[in-house]
Design a protein around this ligand. Structure first.
Ligand code: PRT
Ligand code: MG
Length: 214
């Protein structure tokens, strides 16, 4: 069997992928939360995992450093998807990408008046497209995390961020005013690897698909 490398980020993607891997007969030999290893062997000698930053997963797969990987739709929208085959919505790590503002800010009114909004986000591409499609004028400010802080200290009028329980917004006196896109994690496959290693990759896709459908 051809060796197969799967790129995953630790945290929720890794945890929620474990049952899918198990359904494919793949059990990691180490836990990335406790081990410092970035390459993890599995119960199947031809399958190994590499642990990457969530936003780097598509890059490893695009260049073939990993044959396949699991990445959030948010990350894929920013990446663009070049060189990636995306056969499966895994329905894990689900959340929504939303526009949020401070409790006291009248977003609908600001939009109606054609105000120019300062929006802080990690998701420049997706935010740019969203506001352009709505005809809302925005100055986007790139942040790498903790977007919720930006409106509280006057850096921005609004943020674009992921929301799952809504607790983070609530704890910071923010409210979601608009959904941009529902998010979940997708299986991504290097297009060339799919052709060259189909015999090894297809059974993994099939096992994941079966586990997702259950
Ligand atoms: O943490 P790091 O900076 O390394 O990278 P990352 O934040 O991109 O990775 P990680 O592991 O946190 O997230 C991986 C993927 O999980 C993301 O790309 C999403 O596709 C998905 N996901 C699902 C989420 C959430 N739910 C989520 N709630 N990613 C982040 N969040 C954050 C959100 O940004 C906000 O700060 O959780 C906070 C909101 O959560 P609630 O429950 O308070 O609403
Ligand atoms: Mg995170």
């Amino acid at each position: 069997m051809s060796p197969i490398t799967i790129a995953l980020s630790k945290g929720r993607i890794f945890e929620e992928t474990l049952p899918l891997l198990k359904a494919a007969g793949v059990v990691p030999r180490d836990d990335p939360e406790t081990s410092r290893k970035l390459i993890i062997a599995t119960s199947r000698p031809e399958v190994r995992l590499i642990i990457v930053r969530a936003s780097d997963t598509p890059t490893y797969v695009q260049y073939g450093a990993a044959d396949m990987g699991i990445a959030g739709k948010d990350v894929l929208l920013e990446h663009g998807g070049d060189g990636l085959y995306q056969p499966l919505d895994l329905a894990i790590a689900a959340c929504r990408m939303m526009v949020a503002v401070p409790q006291g800010f009248d977003y609908a009114q600001a939009v109606k008046q054609g105000a120019r909004l300062r929006v802080a986000t990690k998701y420049l591409q997706t935010a740019r497209e969203h506001f352009a499609a709505k005809g809302v004028h925005v100055d986007l400010i790139k942040l790498y995390g903790s977007m919720e802080l930006a409106p509280l200290v006057g850096l921005a009028d609004a943020i674009v961020d992921l929301v799952s329980s809504g607790n983070t917004l609530k704890a910071n006196n923010l409210r979601a005013v608009e959904e941009i896109v529902p998010i979940s994690a997708r299986l991504i496959i290097n297009v060339a690897a799919l052709k060259l290693k189909r015999a090894a990759i297809q059974p993994l896709i099939d096992a994941f698909a079966k586990a997702v459908a259950r």
